[in-house]
Design a protein around this ligand. Sequence first.
Ligand code: HEC
Ligand code: HEC
Length: 560
Amino acid sequence: MRSNWNRWFRARQQKVSADAAMVGSELMQKWLKTSSIATIAAVVACLAAGPKETAAQTLDGESIVNSACSSCHKRLPDGGVDRISAMRKTPEGWDMTLARMMIVHGAEFTPEERQAMVKYLADTQGLAPEESAPFRYILERRPNVIETIPDEDLGTMCARCHSYSRVALQRRPKAEWLKLVHFHLGQWPTIEYQALGRDRNWWEIASTKIPETLEKAFPLNTVAWNNWQKQEKKNLEGMWQVVGRRPGVGAFAGTLKVDSDGGDHYAAVYDLSFADGKTWSGRGKSIVYTGYEWRGSSQLADDAVNEVLVVSDDGNSMAGRWFLESADEVGGDFHAVRMEKGVSDIIAVEPSHLRAGTSAEISIHGVGLNGPVSLGDGVSVTKMISATPENIRLEVKAASDAADGLRDVQVGKTKGTGALAVYRKLDSVLVEPAYGIARVGGGFTPPVTAQFEAVGYLNGADGTAGTEDDVRVGVMPATWSVEDFNEVAADMKDVAFAGTMQQDGVFVPAMAGPNPQRKYSTNNAGDLKVVAKVADGDGQLEGSGRLIVTVQRWNDPPIR
Ligand code: HEC
Ligand code: HEC
């Protein structure tokens, strides 16, 4: 996250210097002065705790807002502050606003003050867990997400330059949604084109219908937020059992020890290992915003990673995504459950599928696991290898006449619903994601890779693939290749130029820039069909997806 910010603001700063040199106006000179090296350093603050975080912790965000912002934002008779009080946002949302106040309007504050203000604003004017829930993919920086936008006008007006979730992760009254529309027009007059403004009364829609629609969907005052503010926020100290996945690599599991670092700041010690035995351990720090938004940054073996997690209402589990700081498309699911307090839960069974008539070793990961193990009809435990409350390793056998389908895994009274699949022959293979994006890179901007996986499915009771009752068996080893997606791609020889498909399902795009060896000297972009071949018994199944290899993302703020 930090490095993306860095790049974003470095690029902007270079542009500012260039503009100022050309225009030479007083305003530009002032802008440049306020964007001095010191200020730019301040702009690269990160939402997870950093080296200077002890200073930020002791600062009072409320009084800094009162002093750093009051020269432009006046106090209102009701005790609030003009513009600032009448909206709620995620920590990332507040951080982006503060960055704009600094860069565009010249507000002055230090990185520690900025972090303290984000903490204060996200705590007092944040989103309730259920309000942020549908749009967490953007905070988690999940790649390849295709958004569902409920309203056509919102889609054409507000989700063409940035994600719809940037909008949906804010809460405002109508008047403030309208001011946001005005701000957009003032800041980016070309918005008329982006918002499909040439053939309709776009300004009328933008200034009347859009604020109304947004207030109805995302109002400032909600029951969810009122209730959340009243709820006691949980202390996260203690031992946690962790299970997660790195697509293309496999599952990992282990423990997380969380210690208080003052207030909502925590120190974390991870002791994790992958299914193949490779350890992935280390330390990290985190800040919990709004009582449930865990933002961590850790060093696990050679990887600098960030975690974006939600703490559950009862404070006993955390779930979300981790990703590499240097390449946030590389990452995976992360799930932690508290080991104390009599909590018991099955978090994962790995591997989660078993072929009828075969034996295998499986691990049941969870907390508070205690009691007899049952794996459902036709699956028997042939040997107990080891058992702790967090991990049970077993040798199991699926009878040759065991029925196809999902099994509930039960340890004592604790149940993992549909946690184990039994199958004899796969009916289909799907490539996930079905539609992926990779980006050419080089120089300032490294390439963005795309990870694909081949997932085996059963047809289910109706005997037809692609219907709701299909059974997801799990990720299968596959042989990977790419083909030109259509005639245009074939004519441009996209397969030859766009990059390389590796046998671990990772597509590594080619270098950016005009390529004189290509037709029209075009960039190494491409439109590819991704093909996975999966061996299944004596036969072979094939699945395919689509991959767009496109240009770099130059502007990469925390909420895309
Ligand atoms: C130098 C003047 C200046 C200072 C100092 C300043 N702001 Fe602003 N602020 C503005 C202007 C101008 C706008 C309206 C244009 C915009 O939204 O960028 C604005 C708008 C806002 C908004 C509404 C943005 C939205 O999403 O619609 C918020 C919130 C805000 N400021 C917060 C702050 C906070 C917090 C501080 C103190 C750290 C601060 N501002 C300091 C000038 C300033
Ligand atoms: C011309 C491209 C463009 C269009 C169209 C556009 N936006 Fe934005 N929007 C931006 C950019 C760029 C920013 C980042 C501003 C900054 O530097 O903080 C932004 C920021 C935002 C923010 C965050 C502002 C803050 O400080 O919290 C919200 C919310 C938002 N846009 C909503 C909307 C809505 C609603 C619409 C439709 C009415 C819309 N956008 C249409 C370019 C666009």
